[in-house]
Ligand binder design. Structure first.
Ligand code: BLA
Length: 509
């Protein structure tokens, strides 16, 4: 969980994204009560019904639409309770008008029907397409290639100009870890973006509704009638397919020079792991069939990723045990390694990411790489001894644990400490640099976006300054997995130390 302390970023968290009372102009929306009485309707519905919106309000939906459409909708309603929504493709909703694709769902007591023109240009066998895509992914050996293949395939089926895998870190900020682009499109690969770019309520919504399209950043939005007031509460559009997008985010996409965006949630173990995020330079609305296929692909991708990650962590545990065994054997042969910080960093490098190592043993500090000063490492060890954490302890903000360490907060912002003997304890300390200076932040934070002067609202990218203050002096957090590696190293070292001290007591005897 990420706690914003900066007031300006809390504003992002409060943007009422599901109750903006507007939809995008590629679709219509009708909301009705359980006797089919229309209670809300989008301003643009004349195009789809040949009837003015004011005339639809208060009348029964079933009087305006064809027998076949009504029959289809009725059939789907029977199973709606157990699904988040139903889709009906290519139906004649109103005689004399082009066919539409419908999406229907319940929101509280209201039945919501949305529709858009059926696009006949890209008639595809959606199911067989997704089956083939997923089959290709099962054959890919490495996880990097798994992500890369996925973005390449999504680029091919959606026709977008840039497709990315955006992965969230535990603190909500994210990184573009895979990307496929058309020729001439800038790359965002490897860039990191602050947590506030996709605020908390948006991340929560994307867990419940895994798919969203912003078909045309420049298009006018369409209001719902009648306007919300004391009698008509704002409609919750959480599960809607045509929900208009928050103006803050539209501004953000404009700054990025994106004309349309589509994103599919990647959900692993019921958490929002990341997004498949797609950009087009101009407006782009893939057909509803195609969007449905992409959504299904996203769900399959998530499941395949989940099982790969699970396999990966088993493998990791295995390697951690092997590492511990190696450490024991090597130290058993050469006790001086116990005080060799560089050796220790080399040993652990591909298992546990760190920028510096300090060993505090028998009152002396041995340092390697980016660490606090020798003096501060010694005082830190005393402090840890007094606080007496007898287990592996981690922090992503060392200065808040031991104030003198703020002197070197850019070099050694985070720490994982491994106690390796009984009181007074000796320690192995692994340090991480400050993340803010370490990683490549995207969106050119140094160049603020043009001011959205019409309001007090913080605008995307200017928010970077606020976010930077929040993460200054912090490292990448140590994960549970890092913590377990630390434990494995601790066990290994305690074992060798016991051996040596047994040896020592043998000598004394
Ligand atoms: C939503 N922000 C989003 C979304 C993305 C991003 C992917 C989901 C909607 C979509 O599919 O476009 C961010 N897009 C990115 C990032 C990359 C990208 C990081 O391509 C990197 C390559 N945004 C801000 C600030 C606020 C903000 C300061 O930067 C708040 C004031 C808000 N972003 C914001 C909101 C949404 C959002 C409110 C929800 C939009 C919606 O679904 O209505």
């Amino acid at each position: 969980g990420y706690e914003y302390t900066d007031a300006s970023l809390i504003v992002c968290d409060r943007e009422p994204i599901t109750r903006l009372e507007e939809i995008q102009n590629f679709a219509f929306l009708v909301a009705m009560s359980n006797d089919w009485t229309i209670v809300r309707v989008s301003e643009n519905c004349e195009t789809f019904f040949n009837v003015k919106p004011e005339k639809l309000l208060g009348t029964r939906f079933d009087t305006w639409v064809s027998e076949t459409a009504l029959h289809d909708i009725r059939n789907r309603m029977a199973i709606l309770a157990s699904t988040t929504g139903e889709r009906i493709f290519d139906v004649k909703l109103v005689q004399g008008l082009p066919n539409v694709d419908l999406s229907i769902h319940f929101q509280g007591d209201l039945l919501i029907v949305e529709g858009e023109r059926t696009q006949k240009t890209e008639r595809v066998e959606a199911a067989s397409m997704v089956r083939a895509m997923a089959a290709r992914l099962t054959k890919v050996p490495s996880i990097e290639k798994f992500h890369r293949d996925a973005v390449r395939q999504v680029l091919a089926i959606t026709g977008f100009d840039r497709v990315m895998i955006y992965r969230f870190d535990t603190d909500g900020h994210g990184e573009v870890i895979a990307e496929s682009t058309r020729a001439g499109v800038d790359s965002f690969l490897g860039l990191h973006y602050p947590a506030s770019d996709i605020p908390r309520q948006a991340r929560e919504l994307y867990l419940r509704n895994p798919f969203r399209i912003i078909a045309d950043v420049a298009a006018p939005t369409v209001a719902l009638l009648p306007p919300a007031d004391a009698v008509t509460p704002p409609l919750d559009l959480s599960m809607s397919i045509s929900r208009a997008v928050s103006p803050v985010h539209i501004e953000y996409l404009r700054n990025m020079e994106v004309g349309a965006s589509l994103s599919i949630s990647i959900v692993v173990e019921e958490k929002l792991w990341g997004l498949i995020a797609c950009h087009a330079n101009g407006p782009r609305l893939p057909s509803f069939i195609m969007r449905t296929a992409s959504e299904l692909f996203g769900a399959m991708y998530s499941m395949m990723l989940e099982s790969r990650l699970r396999r990966g962590s088993e493998e990791h545990e295995h390697r951690a045990r092997a590492l511990a065994d190696r450490v024991i054997t090597m130290i058993a042969g050469d006790e001086s390694l116990m005080e060799d910080a560089q050796w220790l960093q080399d040993m652990t490098r591909d298992m546990l990411d760190c920028d510096g190592v300090a060993i505090y043993r028998r009152g002396k500090a041995h340092l390697h790489g980016a660490t606090p000063s020798e003096h501060n490492v010694i005082s830190l060890a005393h402090h840890l001894n007094a606080a007496s954490p007898s287990r592996v302890f981690t922090t992503d903000k060392l200065a808040s644990v031991h104030a003198p360490c703020s002197e070197t907060a850019d070099r050694a912002a985070g720490m994982l400490s491994i106690p390796i003997s009984r009181v007074p304890r000796d320690y192995i300390l692994l340090f991480r640099r400050e993340r803010l200076s370490e990683i490549r932040w995207g969106g050119n934070p140094a160049k603020p976006a043009e001011a959205g002067t019409e309001s007090e609202r913080i605008s995307p990218r200017k928010s970077f300054a606020a976010f930077a203050e929040l993460v200054r002096g912090k490292s990448n957090p140590f994960s549970d997995r890092d913590q377990r590696i630390g434990e494995a190293i601790r066990q290994a070292l305690i074992e060798v130390i016991l051996r040596y001290s047994d040896g020592a007591s043998d000598e004394r005897r």
